[in-house]
Write a protein that binds this ligand. Structure first.
Ligand code: GLU
Length: 421
């Protein structure tokens, strides 16, 4: 059975997740009624978010919080601010959070939030007012044992601090109500770099198992935000890899000898586009996909590896999905035909939510872990999940993605059955 050959624009996040779901559900012979439970969201809320702009006008934005499944624990997942964050995208991302938390075997379900807005067009005060108003409108769904937000695309520790303040002003001091907070407000050491660090740990395991040594290997990273930036720094500093090219929304930069990542990060911290970095040659975003490498890491938005654009031409050994849903189902099949392995998003980028779990536990216990302890536990958790996926993929002759789905579906289905469903 082949997935529909539709480009990202015609295939919603929801549809992408659905086609991948079926393949794994068939593998574990999941009953029809259970497929229905696991595919559909538990609860969805859409809110209108009126925001007083700096010039005195009121602008009204639309926001969503979708709880996909809470059988294994409180719903968990980030909030993104993006012009494309609509109902279907948020729903698809909420479902991925269910599979991600199940695959990591951490006691959470899956949720996602989004506001349809271009935050680059807002001042800092407008962003704060938007965040507070959105939090008020969804706060009825939130809570440390109900649903716990975290950062995602275009949100960060400061946004989480506003959410915490808004939530706590109604419910009393509740640091466990949100993760990815600033460390001085009860955030965890190591949370900010956790997604990038988790991607590196998975690459280290894959490197050992499949003979693609990280040391000296060529890495190309699309996206230089929280995931791509930390990953670039860590694979260069801790794994000895050569980051030959990176990009941001404006374009990319390439250096065959390996980019000087700390200098590039300092350049980016001054809000300058990576393509203006003096230590390499500027390239277009389209050209980034053609650079020969061992590891290609999409670490920005969804739907970037497609049949139309680049699935037949990317020149790498492994695609590591640092972003959520970067590969369309058709592109996924093309990569498989070409013998290019794909490490799926909900395995590769699960480091963020895993350290969110440690942050939540630290908040509930009012006890702080060291950065070393966080990293050690993260490595153990994500490596265990990786080994499970690798072994099942080998045993059943399926891709890593299908194996990862099968493990996650099995766990969530078991929790549903034990609850009487
Ligand atoms: N937004 C991140 C993700 O997609 C982190 C979610 C969290 O920490 O709850 O996994």
């Amino acid at each position: 059975m082949t997935a529909p050959a539709t480009p990202r624009s015609a295939m919603s996040g929801k549809a992408i997740v659905a086609s991948q779901f079926d393949r794994a559900a068939d593998l574990i012979n999941l009953e029809g009624y259970m497929r229905r439970i696991l595919m559909s969201p538990f609860r969805e809320v859409q809110v209108e978010v009126p925001v007083r702009m700096d010039d005195g006008r009121i602008e009204v934005f639309t926001g969503y919080r979708i709880q996909h499944n809470g059988a294994r624990g409180p719903c968990k997942g980030g909030i993104r601010y993006h012009p494309d964050a609509d109902h279907d995208e948020v729903l698809g991302l909420a479902a991925i959070m269910t599979w991600k938390t199940a695959l990591m075997d951490i006691p959470f379900g899956g949720a996602k939030g989004g506001v349809t807005v271009d935050p680059k067009k807002l001042s800092k005060l407008e962003l704060e007012r938007l965040t507070r108003r959105f939090t008020q409108r969804i706060s009825i769904m939130l809570g440390p044992y109900r649903d716990i937000p975290a950062p995602d695309v275009n949100t960060n520790a400061q946004v989480m601090a506003w959410i915490l303040d808004e939530y706590s002003s109604r419910h009393g001091y509740t640091p466990a109500a949100v993760t990815g907070k600033p460390v001085s407000l009860g955030g965890s050491l190591g949370r900010e770099e956790a997604t990038g660090r988790g991607v590196m740990y998975v690459m280290m395991e894959y490197a050992r198992d499949f003979g693609v040594p990280l040391k000296g290997s060529r890495v190309v990273i699309q996206g230089f935000g929280n995931v791509g930036g930390h990953l670039a720094r860590l694979v260069a500093a801790e794994a000895g890899a050569k980051v030959v090219a990176v990009s941001d929304v404006n374009g990319g930069i390439v250096n065959e000898q390996g980019l000087d990542v700390p200098a590039l990060l300092a350049h980016g911290a001054a809000r300058r586009p990576v393509s203006e970095f003096p230590g390499g040659q500027a390239i277009t975003n389209a050209a980034l996909w053609t650079i020969p490498c061992d590891w290609l890491v999409p670490a920005a938005l969804g739907g970037v590896i497609t049949r139309e654009a680049n699935a037949r031409t990317v020149d790498c050994r492994v695609v590591v999905e640092g972003a959520n849903e970067p590969t369309t189902p058709t592109a996924d099949l093309i990569l498989a035909e070409r013998g290019i392995a794909v490490i799926p998003d909900f395995l590769a980028n699960a480091g963020g939510v895993t350290v969110s779990y440690y942050e939540w536990s630290q908040n509930l216990q009012q006890y702080r872990w060291t950065h070393e302890q966080v990293n050690r536990e993260l490595q153990a958790t994500i490596t265990k999940a990786y080994v499970g996926v690798r072994d099942l993929a080998k045993q059943r002759g399926v891709t890593f993605r299908t194996a990862a789905y099968a493990i996650a579906l099995q766990r969530v289905a078991e929790a549903e059955r034990l609850r009487g469903n």
